[in-house]
Design a binder for this molecule. Sequence first.
Ligand SMILES: Nc1ncnc2c1ncn2[C@@H]1O[C@H](COP(=O)(O)OP(=O)(O)OP(=O)(O)O)[C@@H](O)[C@H]1O
Length: 847
Amino acid sequence: MASQIYSRYIPPSKKSSISNVCASNPSTTATPQSPAPTLQPTRKDASASYARYIPDSKAKAERTSTLIVPSIDSTTPKRDRENVGEEPARKRKKGDKFEEQPRKTRESAQDGQERADELDTSVIGVPTSAEAPSKSTGHVSPGLEASQDEGSAGLRKKKNKKEKGPNLRVSASDIQFLPQPAELEGSELGKWRKKKDGQVSKTATGQEEEVVTEGKDGRSRHKRLMEKREKSMKKTEKLAQMTKSESAGGEVEVEDVEEVHIELHNLVPLPQPEPVAEPPILSAATSLPPWLASPIRVLPTATAPFSEIGIDNDISKVLQKRGFSEAFAVQAAVLPLLLPGKLQKPGDVLVSAATGSGKTLAYVLPMVEDISRNQIRKLRGLVIMPTRELVTQAKDICEICASAFPSGSYRTRVKIGTAVGNENLRLEQNMLMNQELLHDPVEYEKLQLRLNKKWENSEEGSDEEILFDEEVVSALPDHIIRHVSKVDILICTPGRLVEHIKSTPGFTLEYIKWLVVDEADKLLDQSFQQWLDVVMAAISVESDLARSMDQVRKVVLSATMTRDVGLLNPLMLYRPKLVVLEGAAKEDSDPLVSQVHFLPALLLESAVKVEDENIKPLYLMELLKRENIISENSSDESTSTSESSDDESSFDGGSSQSSGKSAPDEMQNSESDNPHGVLIFTKSNESAVRLGRLIALLAPSSSLHIGILTSTTPRAARKSTLKSFNAGKVSILVASDLVSRGLDLPNLAHVINYDVSTSLTSYVHRIGRTARAGKRGHAWTLYTATEGRWFWNEIGRSEIVERSSRKIERVNIKADFFEGDQRAKYEEALEELGWEARNSRSKDISA
Ligand SMILES: Nc1ncnc2c1ncn2[C@@H]1O[C@H](COP(=O)(O)OP(=O)(O)OP(=O)(O)O)[C@@H](O)[C@H]1O
């Protein structure tokens, strides 16, 4: 292989020349047929790589550039060339090219001497010496020419090497062709030295002319020269052979040649840094703080009687009466951590538990118990949730618990307030804060002074601050107005809370002892007017930060709890503990089980492929029929256009209450504990409204039992719809993602993702509206061909979703299942829908 590589660098013509010269007879009569010497290059890799890097053209140019010794002069007569060594040199004439040669040769000799000084080998200066005789004769054999080429090239290479570094070695072939300067001293070089010493005469014109003292006879001079040269060549060859045998240098030669090529082309590999050992890959568990990496794990079966986990018997009884017969697993784990007690170490608690597992009671009960011990009313408990529906739900649980703790000599009945966006702020302020008139001349004086100063330097204080003080200073002399909280616990959405902190006089978080963040992953992920910064600043204001953080008990909850420490950091958690409710099937799960989303134990999941997207609503109708949510013959009933459009507003706001009609048979037992009804999720508010109307058109008998829940639905209508659903009067809820989190519909039988969830988290929360509190439930997803891959990869086969046992069931409904009649009715319904949309638009314009 190495020889192959080598052959890339030396064209065959040149190679044969080398072979000839390297052969035992270096004389000028050597023929191209002489056997080539054995070249055994061993350096494989480097040569291989460099061979690749040197473009042919460039390599050729490089090689050509080394041929500085002229080959046989084309001007030399053929006869001369054929009779080398036989025919005497013709007499040189003035002006002949040959006349220049002495000077050239002298210069070359000097140059050679300079090189000899530079280099440490015996070949130094030889190329010039070798040049002189060949030029002087004008005759040279091809073999000699090649050897001279090699010699010249060898010298340059060596010079290069010397310039570039100490790693200089001389190849045997180089040496072979280069006569020693000492040899030449007696021949041409000696002559030129003699000439230099004065043995030259000048012509009349002043031109330098050689005085050949011994040589009137040109023929004898030439003969002598050739003899000397031959002698010199033999000696050189001898020396080369000696060097070869001493160093077994064939291999070294090749290596040298290769190295020269490296330098010529500047393709020396760049020095590489020492490889740095890669640090071992840390598992996620080791990169998390210990409390996150090693959570308190709870099995769903670990339920317990309330009395066994530190709840008074009287309170347990009240809870039982309200349907809480025993503590769910998450409550059994969290309540002991949060209930006030002498042995209880303070510390914050994070809870990650499946949807519908009872997280709300787990924090409400200890908070209410703790706060109800205080005699003076102050805002001590703060619960933050993302939607007003959740606020209402949490308030209901709080009220149940508050009623459980009897007020007496050392207890007060805890008062709960709510604050949600879109409510009248003034009204809300009045509900939250009270004003008391106090006779306090000293404080009155101070306030007056402060207010006057602010007016004088009005640019220093904002109008808001002035207003604040005005509201504290009474119009009655020596009296001040004191703002006191009307509530002990405030349940609110983050945006409205910030509004109260900033603009409600006397509203303060200074006394907060409980801070609860429910649906934490959603709330912490969204800034909501930088609510967290504002709240944390308001909690720690005017008090020692460390003390405050220690004294405020923080509870953070979600079914899809974030493990992002960056998101949790602003909460300034104090001695946190993470409680994770595991899936029923997993007892030996991974330590990082807390990363996994556990689905409710009795939840069944199905997915229906929609083969023809154009008739997707028909797939939905088919599911509703199969699950007896609408009756088979519901579509036979006719509904007039005018009735339909009148109904729209009513079903949006909970039509069943006003309709007076009864629901279909399968909906009659809704007030029993049997799961019933369906919650259908769409991708937007508009889609929800349109789909609700379309269902009503396709199944007119169910039109009065359809409710819409979107962010654009008026709050009263939403409240009414939920009430109707719980009463069994509404059985079909069509919603946007607004209600995907936290909404508690205790007996909801089905969730249908009419539009596929946009994330796994959204999916977990959506389907978590069913199978709550240990009940059964069924979640369906309609997916189109384009959504299928994403759905199955991200949701169906997700590794961070823990299903109790089953996988998602595939349900096949062929597109041709839908008969012509069904399709025709569907077309009609679409037309009707279009007509209604146009009609309402024109009404809006005329209004
Ligand atoms: N100990 C209990 N016994 C009976 N029912 C309970 C108990 N605790 C809670 N529930 C009921 O379970 C249902 C779900 O509770 P809750 O809304 O607190 O769940 P969650 O874990 O907060 O769910 P999500 O994550 O969806 O908000 C509610 O209807 C609640 O009344």
